[in-house]
Design a binder for this molecule. Structure first.
Ligand SMILES: [Fe+2]
Ligand SMILES: [Fe+2]
Length: 314
């Protein structure tokens, strides 16, 4: 998912060791992130709460949760069809997003045992999250073909052209990756809610409601993690969080063909502004930190100033 595009220059990807080369113009793939990390027992509490929030009663599956026979793209405007195609491409990139977590929180023989225990706990979240995100990709694919937006093989081909491009985040601190996911999950949830409110096909509306509820749970996990980071590490994680906001781009903004034009179009269909998620980040910072240091104070001011429409001095 993306945002109302701001035409800033593409972030330069510099810094830590690349683990492998990528095709010309693609991002440099990076190696393991650095700490600080949460204590494994503390991360495990956040992971357990996430699993509790994903109880069987709240789960759904692509095959039975949606009345696919009733899906009808004739009830959608051109802009709404375009938005569905766009978010399908974003969700379908899951292998690339999942690879970030396996590459940057590795579970291999060369990882220090103390870090391994942290990464192993995180993996209990990551695999469940990936299953849910993959179901989003499958559901949107199914909607497109059932509703008459696309033919299956043509859509598979279209998705493959983008899906084979690598994905990376330009950050090297673990907490930065969590802060990025926090903003991206909330922005995606908000966009699905906005889109749901305007789409003409009720089948799509109900599907978007399910997706947005899942994204809300993903956001809640990341918010829990960031809150724990701020409580445990305080000022030490201010800069890595600030860096995320300073360079924020929604997934695929730098690699998808025609991204910015498309992002502008879909913002015409439903409100689409990733900086809406920044208020939620500020709330989490305020909740986590009782006595705010100057650095935390400065961070919340900075995040607020990055909101669309904020004045430079905000
Ligand atoms: Fe999703
Ligand atoms: Fe998500």
């Amino acid at each position: 998912m993306t945002s109302t595009p701001t035409m800033t220059s593409a972030p330069a990807v510099t810094g830590t060791p690349a683990v492998s080369g990528t095709p010309a113009g693609g991002p440099v793939l990076r190696g393991p992130v650095r700490g600080p990390f949460l204590a494994p027992g503390e991360l495990a509490q956040a992971v357990t709460d996430f699993h509790l929030a994903s109880s069987p009663a709240r789960r759904w599956d692509v095959e039975t949760a949606v009345d696919w026979a009733a899906a009808d793209a004739d009830r959608l405007t051109d802009g709404q069809r375009s938005a569905v195609r766009f978010v399908t491409l974003i969700e379908d990139h899951l292998p690339g997003y999942f690879a970030v977590y396996t590459r940057r929180f590795p579970l291999t023989a060369d990882v220090d045992p103390a870090e391994f225990t942290h990464h192993r706990e995180l993996y209990h979240f990551t695999v469940r999250w990936a299953v849910e995100e993959d179901s989003h990709a499958r559901a949107l694919f199914r909607y497109q073909t059932a509703a008459g937006i696309a033919e299956a093989d043509a859509l598979r081909h279209e998705l493959a052209l983008e899906g084979r491009k690598p994905f990376e985040l330009p950050h090297d601190d673990a907490v930065s990756l969590f802060a990025y996911a926090l903003v991206q999950e909330k922005a995606t949830q908000l966009y699905y809610q906005q889109l749901r409110a305007v789409v003409g096909d009720p089948v799509l509306g109900r599907l978007l409601a399910r997706l947005s509820r899942d994204e809300a749970r993903h956001f809640t996990f990341m918010a829990d993690v960031i809150e724990r980071y701020l409580r445990t590490h305080g000022d030490a994680v201010v800069e890595p969080i600030r860096e995320v906001i300073a360079r924020f781009r929604m997934p695929l903004a730098d690699t998808m063909r025609g991204y910015w034009r498309w992002a502008l179009q879909i913002a015409d269909t439903a409100r689409y502004d990733h900086t809406d998620a920044y208020d939620h980040l500020i709330r989490i910072i305020n909740r986590a930190v009782d006595a705010r240091s100057d650095r935390v104070e400065e961070l919340t001011r900075f995040v607020a100033s990055c909101r669309s429409g904020a004045t430079a001095s905000a």
